[in-house]
Design a protein around this ligand. Sequence first.
Ligand code: PLP
Length: 394
Amino acid sequence: MDQGKHFLFIPGPTNVPDRVLRSLSQPMVDHRGANFPEFSKPLLQDLKKLFKTEDGEVFIFPSSGTGAWEATLLNTLAPGDRVLCSRFGTFSHLWIDMCERLGLKTDALEVEWGEGVPLEQYRKVLERDEQHEIRAVLACHNETATGVTSNLAGVRKVLDDLNHPALLFVDGVSSIGSIDFRMDEWGVDCAVTGSQKGLMLPAGLGIVCASQKALEARKQAGLSRCYFDFEDMRATNADGWFPYTPALSLLYGLRESLDMLFEEGLDNVFARHHRLADGVRAAVRGWGLSLCAKGPEWESDTVSAIYVPEGHDAKAVIHNAYHTYNLALGAGLMQLAGKVFRIGHLGDLNDLMCLGAISGVEMAMRDAGIPIEPGSGVAAAQESYRKAAAAASK
Ligand SMILES: *Cc1c(COP(=O)(O)O)cnc(C)c1O
């Protein structure tokens, strides 16, 4: 089906707004040319606003988010260092897997999928660590596989209560720029994101924001690094240069997407994501289905993982949506394969776009033989969006 717009409702890559698309197609310039710092320095400075940091420093690597995970570990830790982490979905799992492959020792807590960072268990492990052998604590802010958001302020509080000096590393790939994130307030030492989710760009940039404490830790970091070295970036970024050829087109796009986010206002961006997510959640209730997230405190404003009823195959829903209605949904990953489909509701979206997707999901489920009342999800979402609009206009 080539006519009309493709409905892209996976949790990344997300829709690239027309303004950003246009900004991507600009001629190349000399990235060592005299004028380049006039572009690059404000860009790096403005990125700090996205992370809500004054003291932190931002690094942009030509990689995906996974490269930014790796940069974080390589620049701060030594082989055999202990890392406290928790596994409750594919992305939290993959970062733990990377730690292990890089020769770090993980204290990996297994959490039921549908919940997030286990604060009380983190507290217990850190309490027992009287020698402060745990060098870093990992937190996946928004687990994209399950649609679960974790409480980062809570993680900070556990560390502070115990006076534990471990570094706090956050995977914010599917939250930063869509769900509130506060680097300085929450004492985050490295925050990781990528270009293709909340930043509404193609994939290709891995972004890390590092605190001064993380930059200090680099001096004892025994893991080897070269391409991903923070120090090479720092030495050149300070004057607006990069240690190697930057992904210029994506930097142009990033300039435009940051402008768009700041024009809307970050608080409004977060409120819009909450509203869109609320509509999707209303639809799920309207269908009589349930979310993978095990309670409102875990529900993500950027992605919802939705269980199909027992005896049905979520893959059929995804297949029908794609082939019949030109609607791309996210699949269930690992232990959720076939059990859930995911609706990504982040980035350049509005109420009616979400209603279109919800309508397509409804049809695709009926086509898969799932007994859904026609219109039940759409109607519930419509009322949710109407109510939000009425409240906003008061
Ligand atoms: C998408 C995603 C990643 C991986 O990012 P890539 O850009 O695909 O390398 C990591 N963590 C989370 C939470 C994600 O959603």
